[in-house]
Design a protein around this ligand. Structure first.
Ligand code: FMN
Length: 198
């Protein structure tokens, strides 16, 4: 079993990275082959909206460090995506990666039914773990409805890619303490158990 963990926090060795690593460690203890990618270390850019990928599906015309990563993703049995919550959403680093997944998307109109369709030219059946670290406690004391969209939006990523299984790991109340996850043995245990379950 091959598992890739993608840490989309710009903070080194902070909560998101700790939890993604814990998921990978749990999987490695069960014999999985794991790889951690820290997006902050890569030279990456957002989607240009050029539609160049529609001429050669699955290939983004931009050549940066996301180009090989997008291709590599197809080879893994499980994908662990980790993000801090920034402004009630994901980090810019994760959004750049997700936007670039557009290169796998094909859309059109079914000639027989006339109905619009879209599909992803991406191997289906992968397992996904979505790791989300946030400063706020649960339930959010302030404007809880500000978070309603977050899980739904995150769920769309694996669903679009034809995921076989989707799990979430949430960290609440980290505030700005980068060591909050490291100091939460119960959460680390939960992360490792999720990894072992993969
Ligand atoms: C720019 C920015 C925006 C943030 N927005 C939110 C937010 O909307 N809700 C929240 O609960 N925490 C927010 N936080 C706090 C982070 O989600 C929290 O510190 C998280 O643990 C950071 O993950 P990391 O330690 O992996 O970097 C924000 C932090 C920053 C720097």
């Amino acid at each position: 079993m091959k598992i890739i963990g993608i840490n989309a926090s710009p903070r080194k060795n902070a909560n998101t990275q700790t939890l993604v690593e814990a998921v990978l460690n749990g999987a490695a203890q069960k014999g999985a082959q794991t790889r951690l990618v820290n997006l902050r270390e890569l030279n990456i850019h957002g989607c240009l909206g050029c539609e160049g990928c529609k001429k050669q599906l699955g290939h983004c015309v931009q050549k940066d460090d996301l180009s090989p990563l997008l291709q590599d993703l197809k080879d893994y049995d499980a994908i662990v995506l980790g993000t801090p919550v920034y402004w009630f959403h994901v980090s810019a680093q994760l959004k750049m990666l997700v936007d670039r997944l557009y290169c796998f998307m094909e859309s059109g109109t079914d000639p027989d039914t006339g109905e619009a369709f879209f599909r992803f030219d991406f191997p289906a059946g992968k397992k996904f773990v979505l790791v989300v670290s946030r400063g706020d406690v649960e339930p959010a004391q302030m404007l809880p409805q500000f978070y309603d969209h977050l899980n739904e939006w995150l769920n769309i990523i694996p669903l679009s890619l034809g995921a076989g299984n989707i799990e979430f790991l949430h960290q609440y109340g980290a505030e700005i303490d980068r060591k909050a996850a490291k100091n939460d043995a119960g959460l680390i245990e939960k992360a490792e158990a999720l990894g072992a379950g993969l």
